[in-house]
Ligand binder design. Structure first.
Ligand code: DGL
Length: 270
């Protein structure tokens, strides 16, 4: 079983891509809708919530968990890998989305000028700058927090003039830096991809998170047969949310672009 965790609905875009590219595996998705958004929370809180979620997914038989949430990947992944897994689950793995996106950014960047947009927590963590400069020290990286975009996507305001006006305001700040590549460092931004591409223009490549993360997962599984062999291949997909399952089913289908037959409630103690 592969676990996919997000603070809410956004990670369903990553799951959608896994189901298209790697349909043979079993998946369990967990959305922490009751405590979303993570993007404005402190590191301690994001770590505590993410650790609970990972443990929940392990308890349900996941051998590998993907943190589809950029904020959780930026603020909690390293500590989970360095402290939590060795102490409690040394034979399981947790991967995030930041390193795959950073690697893809370095691969496609022509002039070494990369922009990153994300939640406030992701951008303030500086994690993209760190990972990108480990891969290519001479890169110039420009981050821009876009805290208004997640609620606009969730409220279905994509394509509205007001949303495009806000997008332009955020994007012009990094467009001015003459970036050649833009990393969409948040689960929700693929919904705005077309508008972002139009605003950034032809000279800037906009990286799509779900496709990039699926490519990297395929590569990871081929390099780690010891994990791959332990994953179920019965095409089972389970959904859990910490909030109302009926609402998750209804709205989640929009993100997944597929029917969600059943959703169960995951209960966490605060
Ligand atoms: N999933 C979060 C991310 O990718 C966005 C939503 C939130 O702030 O929780 O950063």
């Amino acid at each position: 079983m592969i676990g996919v965790f997000d603070s809410g609905f956004g990670g369903l875009t990553i799951l959608r891509s896994f189901l298209t590219r790697l349909p043979q595996y079993d998946y369990t998705y967990l959305g922490d809708n009751a405590r979303t958004p993570y993007g404005n929370k402190s590191q301690a809180v994001i770590y505590a919530y993410t650790r609970q979620a990972v443990e929940f997914l392990f308890d349900r038989g996941c051998v590998l968990v993907i943190l589809a949430c950029n904020t959780a990947s930026a603020k909690a992944l390293r500590r989970i890998q360095q402290e939590f897994l060795p102490a409690r689950f040394p034979d399981r793995r947790v991967l995030g989305v930041v390193i795959p996106l950073a690697e893809a950014g370095v691969d496609v960047s022509r002039y070494g000028r990369i922009g990153v947009i994300g939640t406030r927590a992701t951008i303030e963590s500086g994690v993209y700058e760190q990972e990108l400069s480990k891969l290519r020290p001479d890169l110039k990286v420009f981050g821009q927090a876009c805290p208004l975009l997640v609620p606009l996507v969730e409220e279905d305001w994509v394509g509205k003039p007001e949303t495009n006006m806000i997008l332009k305001k955020y994007l012009f700040r990094i467009k001015r830096k003459k970036i050649d590549t833009l990393i969409l460092g948040c689960t929700h931004y693929p919904f705005l991809q077309k508008d972002i591409e139009r605003i950034m223009g032809k000279n800037c490549r906009v990286l799509n998170g779900p496709e990039t993360v699926s490519d990297k997962l395929i590569d990871y599984l081929s390099r780690h047969p010891e994990i791959d062999q332990r994953l179920g291949r019965n095409r089972i997909v389970n959904f859990f949310t910490t909030d109302d399952p009926a609402r998750f089913r209804l709205l989640g289908q929009k993100f997944l672009r597929h029917n969600i037959p059943e959703v169960e409630r995951a209960v966490f103690e605060n």
